[in-house]
Design a protein around this ligand. Structure first.
Ligand code: BDR
Ligand code: CA
Length: 342
């Protein structure tokens, strides 16, 4: 069993990552911290709680609100992709002010914030190490590693969705999560912990095409069997999520076959790492380029002389190269089945 902490900015695909984190068989989810990103921090906080409730997560899996803005730069959000509240078009979730959502959050003013939440989770049992997963801007993680450097000994691995190798989605070369807080990302890339980067090059292969969307609505059914009422509440909710995300990706990026489930791949990696092939490189962030700010600079030709460490002078990152796409969607639908059975 792997113990994980998830830091996210839900977000449609973050919501799919939370589903996997709750229902992958060999994962124990310790807590979810939230960060500015796809929407403002208040929305991402309540969206995480709305998802945890909808997925039937154990009551002690709580939401820990984190940074409302990047370390240095002004906050940016992405309503074009995720709607103003971060989960545009998603039906069937409890409202942000409902009791079941508030029950996952601490009382305002007394809340344990993200950085302390991660520390407490680690200190609760020092006989094991945890994996930290990030599916949003890395502000909370940069703060955590700066405030509690001594706790890095208890971090097995840091897995993040972000960046691209020569490709971006919020500029020619910058990916959204990294672009939101590039300084935070560089701080995290320099920590002496094994890191795994799931870049756009790979997440853009995890397209939830129509056949997978039909299977989501009614497992085992062929498209012609799927009646409008064949879906359970959960499947209906997920289907509205995928539909909205698909429309965003179609209108913004011209993806015609379906949306990429970027963030869910981080949890898939933790659950079944052999689904991915990876190569180890030096990765840094461009912090000041006129055209390239926020780019992940991946040294595939080994121009920088690096040591064997995972830290500031080493080949600091395993960069995912490819994914067994069918295996990923099978895992995703297995998790939906398990969730539906709760
Ligand atoms: C990343 O940015 C957000 O839109 C998604 O939630 C994902 O984490 C993809 O670039
Ligand atoms: Ca995200």
């Amino acid at each position: 069993m792997k113990c994980i902490w998830l830091d996210a900015d839900p977000g449609h695909d973050d919501a799919t990552a939370i589903l996997l984190a709750v229902h992958c068989p060999n994962i124990q989810l310790l807590g979810v911290s939230t960060v500015h990103g796809n929407a403002d921090a208040q929305c991402t906080e309540s969206n995480a709680a709305r998802c945890l409730y909808a997925y039937g997560a154990p009551q002690d899996v709580r939401v820990y609100p984190g940074a409302i803005k990047p370390l240095i730069r002004p906050a940016r959000h992405d309503p074009e992709i995720h709607g103003v509240d971060g989960l545009g078009g998603v039906e069937g979730l409890p409202s942000p002010d409902s009791d079941v959502v508030l029950a996952r959050l601490g009382a305002r003013g007394q809340t344990v914030r993200a950085v302390e939440g991660i520390a407490k989770a680690i200190l609760a049992d020092r006989s094991r190490k945890i994996t930290i997963v990030s599916t949003g801007p890395m502000t909370n993680i940069a703060l955590f590693v700066s405030v509690y450097p001594d706790l890095l000994d208890y971090v097995e691995e840091f897995v993040f969705m972000g960046g691209g190798v020569g490709v971006g989605n919020r500029s020619a070369v910058a990916e959204f999560n990294i672009l939101c807080d590039p300084e935070a990302a560089q701080i995290v890339l320099d920590i002496p912990v094994r890191k795994v980067m799931i870049p756009l090059n790979v997440t853009h292969t995890a397209i939830m095409t129509k056949p997978w969307q039909h299977k989501l609505l009614a497992r085992g059914a062929t498209p012609s069997d799927v009646l409008p009422n064949a879906a359970t509440n959960l499947r209906h909710t997920l289907s509205t999520l995928i539909n909205f995300f698909a429309e965003s990706y179609k209108s913004t990026f011209g993806f015609l076959d379906g949306p990429p489930l970027h963030d869910a791949l981080t949890i898939a990696y933790v659950c079944q790492p052999d689904m991915f092939s990876c190569k180890r490189y030096r990765v840094d962030i461009e912090l000041s380029g006129a055209h390239t700010s926020g780019e992940t600079v991946v040294d595939i030709w080994g121009y920088r002389s690096c040591d064997d460490s995972w830290g500031a002078y080493g080949k600091n990152c395993l960069v995912a190269q490819s994914l067994e796409v069918d295996r990923f969607f099978t895992l995703f639908l297995d998790c939906v089945d398990r969730c539906d059975a709760v």
